[in-house]
Design a protein around this ligand. Structure first.
Ligand SMILES: Cc1nc(NNC(=O)[C@H](CC2CCCC2)CN(O)CO)c(F)c(N2CCN3CCOC[C@@H]3C2)n1
Ligand code: NI
Length: 184
């Protein structure tokens, strides 16, 4: 099971590397990788288990964060009544289209690989068309907007060596740019 000790932190070069695509059919190793990343998210979102295993809660996790430089990310996005908005392990995810409209989470963002709070609006695209392959090698092309779109962008950033605070305006971190909405 993935624990916090397995998650690499700022300063580890893997976080700034461009991860490699995986090939299909997936190796057993790459199947297991996706499974254990999703397991981390599930356990981390269970208050009791998260406490028991000292896990920081997560709605997404990218393979480079456990020092595996492969284009794999797990996403588990619940809405506030607990039902699941988006859950899957994304292999070779790719953003095909981005809306002009921008969006940022009201509370800013954090990262399991960043052990400090970096305040400011993380400006992202509000709506994306996402292409990815699932564990069976099936191609998916889906539209996401608002919260799930933000989460997926945060994870794909990790595959390209980008961290959330790279998107924060250093001069005025809380400035709301033109055509940018705030997501509560
Ligand atoms: C927004 C949020 N970010 C949490 N953490 N940070 C992360 O997930 C990082 C990735 C997210 C940061 C912003 C966008 C993507 C991890 N990242 O570094 C991966 O690259 C949360 F934990 C969280 N929620 C809301 C839902 N809740 C359900 C019940 O369980 C607790 C859980 C808490 N919402
Ligand atoms: Ni992160």
């Amino acid at each position: 099971m993935i624990l916090m000790k397995d998650i690499i932190r700022e300063g580890n070069p893997t976080l700034r590397a461009t991860a490699k695509k995986v090939s299909f059919p997936l190796s057993q190793e790459d199947r297991d990788l996706g499974k254990k990343m999703m397991k981390y998210l599930e356990v981390s979102q269970d208050e009791k288990l998260a406490e028991k295993y000292h896990l920081r809660a997560g709605v997404g996790l990218a393979a480079p964060q456990i020092d595996v430089s492969k284009r794999v990310a797990a996403v588990l996005v619940p809405d506030n009544d607990g039902s699941i908005v988006f859950k899957d392990v994304l292999y070779n995810p790719r953003i095909l289209r981005e809306s002009v409209k921008r969006a940022a989470l009201n509370e800013g963002e954090g990262c399991l690989s960043v052990d400090r709070n970096v305040a400011g609006l993380v400006i992202r695209t509000d709506r994306i068309t996402l292409e990815y392959y699932d564990v069976n090698g099936e191609r998916h092309e889906i539209k996401l907007e608002n919260y799930p779109a933000i989460v997926v962008q945060h994870e794909i950033d990790h595959l390209n060596g980008t961290l959330f605070y790279d998107h924060i305006d250093k001069e005025s971190p809380f400035k709301l740019p033109e055509n940018t909405i705030i997501i509560e």
